[in-house]
Design a protein around this ligand. Structure first.
Ligand code: SF4
Length: 372
């Protein structure tokens, strides 16, 4: 049974009712439970857990310190292209938005790489809009070897691909795939994705399983917080993670918790998530899953990011650009969304070190996996 089948058979209304009718007793027992379960996750995500955020934070800190120490993995997004054949009403790259479109040539990519390498990064996230014909598997396969030569860890955040295409990219050095569901509410999903292949909700839900079968080391899941009821979407995200860990235990998993940000032609969040809510969410997932990596991008403001490290966040980006060619030739009108933390890499790192955390630039060498 695929996760899509499981998801479709869940009694959504009943689960939602339970989420909103949880009481303090269930939250208190979730707080002391040693094994994260879906019922504990539900309790910790519920409105009833709000008065317990401080206790949640204390436990989340202990768990994170025990598993990850004071290490924070550093990565940077590298935008390959802003071409997109989809219409998502929350994104600056939507096909109907009038912005200059660009895909990097191999020379431009090399220029971006040399600037990023000088800043010390060894882990890179390749990002593009979703345009199968112009920025598809052939383009990725031609660019990936150039990137892999320079970075030990290469992740991608592009359109969902077929299993054989993922396999091909794994053979070229791909280590991780980030693929966010945006929302697990199929009705809300259809409202926000009005043109293009991304309209296919099921294909997207099924994607992490294809990624896992293709042998990708790490899979990144996430929802766009604010599109729908963030508590329920986060709970469904927990169900998805739980399913994948049971069926594809060789993979590692990471979570991204982006909040809806202003963008070109974009929308305002239907259900905004406050800073306090974001803290609750991060702590709830840390208590649910002690191994989970949680990344936080520059969408969030500097002061908030600096205070979230110990609670469960394990990876951050710094000095990011969200436009193709943005490191060598910044133009801003090519941006996917506005960045909130616009500090330089060294400013971000200094603030991190001052708080007692250690930036980790390299934590992976794929060749070592096969050494006996
Ligand atoms: S969210 Fe992705 S698919 Fe949708 S418009 Fe933006 S880049 Fe394209």
């Amino acid at each position: 049974m695929s996760f899509y089948d499981e998801l479709s058979s869940l009694p959504r209304e009943q689960l939602k009712l339970s989420l909103y009718s949880i009481g303090p007793k269930e939250v208190e027992s979730a707080l002391v439970s040693s094994e994260g379960s879906l019922s504990s996750l539900m309790a910790l995500l519920s409105p009833a857990a709000e008065p317990y955020i401080e206790q949640m934070a204390v436990r989340a800190k202990e768990i994170t310190r025990r598993r990850f120490g004071t290490n924070i993995g550093m990565y940077l997004p590298l935008y390959l292209s802003n071409l997109c054949a989809n219409e998502c009403d929350y994104c600056g790259f939507s096909m109907s938005n009038k912005l200059k479109r660009k895909s990097l040539t191999s020379d431009e990519l090399k220029q971006e790489i040399s600037i990023i390498k000088r800043q010390g990064f060894d882990s890179i996230l390749l990002v593009s809009g979703e345009h199968e014909t112009k920025v598809g598997i052939d383009y990725f396969a031609s660019m990936l070897p150039l990137v892999k030569k320079q970075f030990s860890y290469v992740a991608m955040e592009v359109q969902p691909l077929r299993e054989d295409e993922y396999k091909h990219l794994v053979n070229l050095g791909l280590d991780a795939v980030m693929l966010y569901q945006e929302t697990y509410n199929p009705t809300t999903y259809q409202e926000h994705h009005t043109r293009g292949n991304k309209q296919d909700y099921r294909y997207r839900v099924d994607s992490p399983e294809r990624i896992a079968r293709a042998g990708v080391d790490k899979i990144g899941l996430g929802v766009l917080l604010g599109l729908d009821d963030w508590r329920f979407d986060a709970l469904m995200l927990g169900y998805h993670l739980h399913y994948l860990e049971r069926h594809f235990w060789r993979c590692r998993y990471s979570l991204s918790l982006p909040r809806l940000r202003p963008c070109t032609g974009g929308i305002t969040p239907k259900m905004p998530l406050t800073d306090k809510g974001l803290v609750q969410l991060i702590c709830a997932f840390r208590l649910f899953n002690q191994q989970l990596e949680i990344s936080l991008s520059t969408r969030e403001p500097a002061s908030l990011r600096d205070n979230l490290y110990g609670l469960g966040v394990t990876h951050i980006s710094a000095g990011s650009s969200t436009e193709p060619g943005g490191y060598s030739n910044p133009q801003r009108q090519l941006n996917q969304f506005e960045i909130s933390d616009d500090r330089s890499v060294s400013e971000t790192v200094s603030a991190m070190v001052a708080k007692g955390y250690i930036p980790v630039w390299k934590d992976w060498q794929s060749e070592w996996i096969n050494l006996s």
